[in-house]
Design a protein around this ligand. Sequence first.
Ligand SMILES: [Zn+2]
Length: 425
Amino acid sequence: MRRWAYRLLFLLLALLLMGCIAIWVVEFYPRRVAHPVQTRARGILAIEHARIYTSPTEPLTEDGTVLIRDGLIAAVGPHVEVPASATVVPCDHCVVTAGFWNAHVHFTEPKWLMAEWKHADVLNAQLADMFLSRGFTTVIDLGSNPADTLSIRRRVESGELAGPFIYTAGTALYPPHGAPFYLRETMPAWMVALLPQPATTDAAQGVVRRNLSSGADLTKLFTGSWVARGHVLPMPLDIAKAAVTTTHMNGKLVFAHPSNLAGVRVAIDSGVDVLAHAADDTNGVDQALLSTAISHNMAMIPTLKMFTTTVTKDPHYMDPICAEVNQFHQLGGQLIFGTDVGYMEDYSTEGEFVELGRSGLNWKDVLAMLTTNPAARMGVSDSKGTVSAGKLADLTVLDADPADGLTNFSKVRAVVRSGRVVWQR
Ligand SMILES: [Zn+2]
């Protein structure tokens, strides 16, 4: 062979090697810890002279103390002795509840890209802005690049970052040729082609298996995908069933993006556990359908503010969606708080509380959505969801009483996670 041919071959091999190293560094190295061990803070913390809502159903403790020892709630009530060695969290008539959950978030904004290689100060500011300053101690990521989510989760649990506990769905599953138009408009075509859009039941099972084995805690399906403005493509029922069955066999839950009547039907018929949004096309979404969903033990995350900010500014657009949420609640359905931040770039939670109020929910209903309902749904009621002795010290400290107005849930003063003050205003 001629000398130039050897040189070309060498160059190609070098490029191939560099490409492989780059893919490993960007995509695989950040995923190396699928399920990090959670740790608790050491030491004693106390919050004194607080109004404590231990749960949505227990009576208020007017002037109480929460004592935290080694990351767990040691005692709560009006007469709790605080050891001299305790670190006192400033309160001054604050209101204490269990740590809030946001059950619908994403790490898909460009600022999370290559999270593995970002400075801790940068990520800490972003985690505080998006989650901690809003009171969230636990969040559920419903579809992001696992390289970013798993890296953030590992760094949070190692104590390097201050952030909420993160559950993740890994990558979401779409109907065949069913990527939503809003992703196709914002992502390069090659990236859209990489989104899992399984065309067979075997392929759907494969995606779920790979997701769960590489760190996902649940499955997210687009049972109805807005493939164009005004057009929803439902996921074929056999594909949805295959994904749900495989997930349930592994003891995990399935969340679904329904969009419309057809999407809710596929979710019900395939055995989905949680609707990740209210159906925004409410045509045909009636009492009978919602009753069926509830009889299948399905929960709902309304994400109302997202509709008001990303779909339309028409105030009447929300009327039927709020009515749907109200009806779901009246029929006894379990509602869970979630905002779809990450997709929605405005992180303030105030608007969601306003819309939940418009849907006829009172502050106890909303406190349950933020605490006890998600903990129960995710099977962790024994460690999270209420301010009770023996549970993990995940607490949200508010400046104002939500009983005086739902938007007071957005007035966060401090956040304690696993016994550590992770954020203070
Ligand atoms: Zn979402």
